[in-house]
Design a protein around this ligand. Structure first.
Ligand SMILES: NC(=O)C1=CN([C@@H]2O[C@H](COP(=O)(O)OP(=O)(O)OC[C@H]3O[C@@H](n4cnc5c(N)ncnc54)[C@H](OP(=O)(O)O)[C@@H]3O)[C@@H](O)[C@H]2O)C=CC1
Ligand SMILES: O=C(CO)[C@H](O)[C@H](O)COP(=O)(O)O
Ligand SMILES: [Zn+2]
Length: 341
């Protein structure tokens, strides 16, 4: 069959390409239904990556957050019509120690390989996780981003010491909101502090114990473990502030992506004996855990619906441009695309 793939060929330039695909393979065929825009996609769309990176990764179909319906499954794993979340990480080897999302040989959709802006996505069955039928599809669309936080929680649990009385989350955007919400659910007894720049965004964090403006943090604030969910150059300021306020021997998870190297107060990392670790992307197990958490705590998807800030029906390439341009002006929340191509 001929599959239409909507590729970014240059910044702000999306073109359709035609891909000859066989149904006689091990791939499940998924018709995308709801997709969501990540900052990583915007960095390609706007051309804010370096010329070398753009030359290496384009052309490619963007989008690695999305769900769809199974239309063909030679493996017999899924019934036709099953709603599934698609896992963008695609490993080509296994390792006893190194997670599949950290292996340098793994491919990641919409980062040099075609993402979900296609008529049909051809994908291995182990890259699909069933979506509960009653889950709001606009929330399900950004399951991948939630699974990134869930993955960070698992890493935290393996790395951090056992005193988990107070958490600090830096970032009053999407990832900060999701990470803080996951901490609230997984550590309900702990005190949750959120640090951000904008009152109207911090107002969404109603489940946190305290929210602070980053330029008005009282001197006596402290916490055991921190999560940086800022990214960009702001992450430099966030990381160094976390180092200042964290209690010795705490852990700091870095989740925000920065294009440029940031300068970090290593002297204080040493003096406080901190453990700083990166957390990136996620695995099918993290997606499955996310779905379990949605079912265990139905208020998680309810809270997450606050993040849906724009929904665009995509019927032509111009609609994709409108969704991306609107997302750029969006102060808070996720842009969801109902995929009607
Ligand atoms: N590790 C991973 O696998 C993943 C990483 N990411 C990355 O995470 C980062 C955040 O993504 P997302 O939440 O969607 O983006 P958002 O823009 O929604 O959130 C970032 C927030 O941090 C705020 N901020 C800026 N500087 C500071 C500061 N010093 N202290 C506290 N808050 C600050 C921003 O405010 P303002 O806008 O006013 O500056 C914004 O509200 C991005 O770099 C993204 O690429 C995303 C997905 C997965
Ligand atoms: O969004 C992400 C995962 O959900 C990450 O930011 C993404 O993996 C970064 O990819 P790239 O190197 O292409 O910016
Ligand atoms: Zn992403």
């Amino acid at each position: 069959m001929i599959n239409q793939v909507y590729q970014l060929v240059a910044p702000r330039q999306i073109e359709v390409t035609y891909d000859e695909r066989s149904l006689n393979s091990d791939r499940v065929v998924v018709r995308p239904t709801y997709l969501s825009i990540c900052h990583a996609d915007q960095r390609y769309f706007t051309g804010s990556r370096s010329a070398e990176v753009l030359a290496k990764k384009l052309p490619m179909a963007m989008i690695h957050e999305g769900i769809g319906k199974v239309v063909h499954d030679p493996s017999g794993t899924f019934k036709i019509g099953t709603l599934v979340a698609m896992v963008p990480n695609t490993p080509s080897e296994t390792d006893d120690i190194i997670g599949e999302n950290y292996l340098r040989t793994s491919r990641f959709r919409s980062s040099g390989y075609d993402g979900y802006m296609q008529d049909y996505v051809f994908i291995q069955p182990d890259r699909l996780v069933e979506v509960p039928a009653d889950l709001d599809p606009e929330v399900a669309a950004f399951t991948e981003l939630v699974s990134v936080s869930v993955h960070a929680m698992t890493r935290f649990d393996q790395i951090a010491h056992s005193r988990r009385e107070t958490f600090g989350v830096w970032g009053d955007g999407n990832l900060g909101f999701i990470t803080a919400l996951m901490l609230r659910k997984l550590y309900p007894e702990a005190k949750l502090l959120v640090f951000g720049k904008t009152q109207s965004k911090l107002d969404y964090f109603s489940f946190a114990d305290e929210t602070y403006y980053i330029d008005q943090i009282p001197d006596d604030v402290s916490f055991n473990h921190g999560f940086e969910c800022v990214g960009g150059i702001g992450s430099q300021y966030a990381i160094n502030q976390m180092i200042d306020y964290i209690i010795p021997e705490g852990t700091m998870a870095l989740l925000g992506v920065s294009e440029d190297p940031v300068s970090v107060n290593t002297r204080m990392i040493l003096e406080k004996g901190l453990r700083v670790y990166g957390s990136s992307r996620s695995t099918p197990a993290d997606f499955a855990r996310t779905m379990e958490l949605y079912q265990m705590y139905p208020d998680i998807p309810a809270y997450l619906s606050n993040l849906v800030s724009g929904v665009f029906q995509i019927r032509q390439i111009e609609d994709i441009h409108q969704a991306f341009e609107s997302d750029l002006t969006n102060r808070f929340g996720k842009t969801v695309m109902e995929w009607c191509m």
